[in-house]
Each structure stands twice: as structure tokens, then as C-alpha cells.
Design a protein around this ligand. Structure first.
Ligand SMILES: Nc1nc2c(c(=O)[nH]1)N[C@H]1C(S)=C(S)[C@@H](COP(=O)(O)O)O[C@H]1N2
Ligand SMILES: [Mo]
Length: 197
């Protein structure tokens, strides 16, 4: 989407303002990971107890979709109208499902960073394991080879350089959840802070 078109895009979610540019934001150094070295390990309380390891070749065999959605940081900066491309997270969950009652997930990135989400939010129709944005492969600073994009949740719920998905029966706080941020993080409800939960 062009800059001009972004300015015409619909209203931002409550309490958000448009960021002047899309500046990558994360802590730590940007890991440089080639697609052929990337894997996503799905484990924890899986149905049957096994571990599934996905690689980029397996990803390319799964159905791909594009989802137009903004990126909303809990610090109030929003980048509206991004066109994400990737595999629906629901496909990944279907490939390696949780055991009954394991409703919580910890998503972890290569070299630190993690986020806590619900399985329910991972199988949301807009939730992606994204490899592309605006028709181009993600740049390393924006998460190549793969990042989790959960457009209805604040940005901190979606790790860039995602490496692990672990199912749990109870909520396990990730990085921002253990620093006072909301366990669920729905943008439309302005679930920003832990004390709101
Ligand atoms: N691995 C990793 N993923 C991360 C983060 C991080 O620090 N490390 N920050 C999150 C936060 S708070 C936001 S708002 C978005 C920012 O994505 P961007 O840098 O592509 O704009 O990435 C999320 N994913
Ligand atoms: Mo953020």
C-alpha cells in the first residue's frame, strides 16, 4: 500500500496514533537467520504428547493467505494498512494441536523474547505465521524468516523470528506479560496493562 493510501485507511483503534514511519522495534540485536536454518518447534502439552518441528520447506506446502491489517504497538504507535502474507496460524495448530484443556501458548523467538497468548487467539481467522509484508519477503529487522502476526492483539503478542510454540494448561507469562502488560492484549478493548485483567 502506498503512503497516500495509508492516509486514507480507516480509523485507528482506540487510543492509537499513526507512526510517521515503520521503524522496527524490538530489544536486542536483529538475528540473521537464513530460511533453510529456520524451524518452528511445537511442543508442550500437545495432543499425543509429541513434538512437531516445521521448517520453511514444510511451510511452503501449506495454504497461504494475505491479510490486510495494521500493526498496533501497546505504546500507542500504529502502522495501518499492512498486507501480511503467510500461513494461517490455524493451519499450524491443526498440524500440531494441543491436548484437550491446554488453552494457553507461550511463543518464543530465537535469542530471547516470548509472548503469552490463548489458543483461541492463535486460531483467529486473521492470525498468521507471516513470511511476507506488502508483497515482499520480511526484512530481517521485521522478522525474517517468520513472525507471528495477530492483528487483533497488540504487537507485543507476535514474536519476530519465532522459533517455539509451547502449549500449557495455565498462562505462562512471556517477556512483556512479566513486565506489567496485559495477559490477553486485545486492541479493540484496549487491554494494555496487567491491572486491567
Ligand atoms: N523477537 C521479538 N519479537 C517482537 C518484539 C521483540 O522485542 N522481539 N517486539 C514486539 C513488539 S512490542 C512490537 S510492537 C512488534 C514490532 O514489530 P516491527 O518491529 O516489525 O514494527 O514486534 C513484536 N515482536
Ligand atoms: Mo510494541
Amino acid at each position: 500500500m502506498t503512503e497516500a493510501a495509508r492516509h486514507d485507511s480507516p480509523a485507528l483503534p482506540p487510543g492509537q496514533r499513526r507512526a510517521p514511519t515503520w521503524q522496527a522495534s524490538h530489544y536486542g540485536k536483529v538475528p540473521l537467520i537464513s530460511a533453510d536454518r529456520w524451524t518452528l518447534r511445537v511442543g508442550g502439552c500437545t495432543d499425543g504428547g509429541g513434538v512437531t518441528v516445521l521448517d520453511h520447506a514444510m511451510l511452503s506446502d501449506l495454504p497461504r493467505v494475505e491479510v490486510e491489517a495494521g500493526l498496533h504497538c501497546v505504546d500507542r504507535r500504529s502502522i495501518p494498512g499492512l498486507r501480511w502474507g503467510g500461513v494461517p496460524m490455524a493451519e499450524i495448530v491443526a498440524l500440531a494441536p494441543p491436548e484437550p484443556g491446554a488453552a494457553h501458548v507461550l511463543l518464543a523467538a530465537a535469542r530471547g523474547f516470548s509472548s503469552a497468548v490463548l489458543v483461541e487467539d492463535l486460531v483467529h481467522p486473521d492470525a498468521l505465521l507471516a513470511t511476507h509484508v506488502d508483497g515482499e519477503p520480511l526484512t530481517p529487522e521485521h522478522g525474517w524468516p517468520a513472525r507471528v502476526v495477530l492483528p487483533h492483539l497488540y504487537g507485543f503478542k507476535g514474536p519476530k523470528w519465532v522459533a517455539e510454540l509451547t502449549y500449557h494448561h495455565v498462562a505462562v507469562p512471556g517477556y512483556w506479560e512479566s513486565h506489567g502488560y496485559h495477559p490477553r492484549g486485545r486492541v479493540a478493548l484496549e487491554e494494555r496493562w496487567a491491572h486491567q485483567a
